[in-house]
Design a protein. Sequence first.
Length: 513
Amino acid sequence: MNVITTTAFANLRKNKSRNILIGTAIALTAFLLTLLPTMVTGQLSLQFQAVNELYAPIHGVYRNVDGETAAEMAEDDVFETVCRREIAGKIYTGDKDITADMFALDETMIELSRMELKEGTFPKKADEIVVSEGCLKAMGLEGGVGDRIKVPYQPVRKGKLLKTAEKEFTIAGMTEDSPESLEKGIFTPMVSEAFAKEIIPEGEHVYDVCFQLRDIEGMVTEKIEERISVIGEQYGLSKNDIKVNSEYLFANYVDGALYAGLGALLAVIVLAGILTIYSIYYVSMLDKVQEYGRLRAIGATKGQIRKLVLREGFAVAAIAVPAGIILGLAGAIPMVKAMVSSSMDGNRVLGEQMKAIFKSGDAGLVKGWVILLAAGVSLLTVFISLLSPMQKASKITAMEALRYLPYLKKEGWIVTSSVPFVNIDNYPDIEALREHLDRLPNRVVLDVEQLAREAGAPVQSANMVLLGAAVPMLDIEYEKIEAGVRRIFQRKGEEVTAKNIAALRAGYDNSKK
């Protein structure tokens, strides 16, 4: 550990209150940079996974499409996949609160809908049907797969209900009733396309055409939605008949507005962190002017002062950033759980699915990239906050130590050369300075140039003498200072190193007399 790093750690112990305040600001920045992205990405991960498990992987639906147009769409290269469904009729129960549309789906629609049967198969023949127990009960019937039932229904012709008819069906499969369907009385029995063709004349079919677009990889959701609308209008559809599967698009494609908003929020957090940390450092700089002035007086360069400020700041950050990230993760998980519970109020089915995924732990709420981003941005925030204090500290001259002499503590020490270095025209009166120094109780005044010569070192090593003289007051062991000086000069050879060590020892020994 070199002298600069040793001094930085010594300053940490010396300035505990300030560093606790700075550490709190850094930890808060890391906390927010972890908490908010984890909450947002966690919620989205649960929602995306739930959407992909519940919703068909289709980009949109064109409603009220006639048979000829549906056929054209199936051949259009703008679509990756085209499938269709049709309401052939409505089961008549006599209860206005019960809705049971008889859907006829083509094979592609059945495959994409991810619909699972409780038992049995999907209908293929004109007299086959898939129902649920709730649907049977609404009709006042009972039965299972393979049973024959008589179903009263009203055929649908161009959106209008015709007179009630009755047909005998074989139950080909059974579906499970969801709590929501039982509560609202909404059921979705399925019939075959053969049945729809049997009761609806050629040329009068009206379809919902579901589709996946081609060549949209990398597009944002807004552009995909715009493209869906343009294609629909080209086929002569009204805006009311163009439906976008927003949930699926949101879950599987980039939403520019969402990420722009998140980025703006993180930018505000970073800016607030920079201003807070910078302000603390700026205010504390007044109390440290004397310290930096002493370091400059004993030979510290501007670069060394900048490194000292930087390492001191990053030493605090090394503790504060991990603490903030851990607290952010600890706070984000309960928040995501709370948001999942609140989302159930808007979409019960989706909310229940998200809740189940959360309990299973399959979503992976803690993202490695969020932790790396929070750590990286937090450290960058600290670095930017330190730039100005580093510059200000490095510009402090040895004379600044005298200028701020009134701030010297009663038990503080002045370590200086008895021979002033006059480098400006309006240098203070030397005799007045000596008289002022003589009134100070704690002072070490040495002819550092003479001591350097007596130690066999060149005059340029006077700063090493001054450094040695200051060691007893720095709360740093002399051996550590000597080891640091030895490392600094070892690349210049043993002779240069030995002379500087001799100068350092001369200052140290004379200071203790």
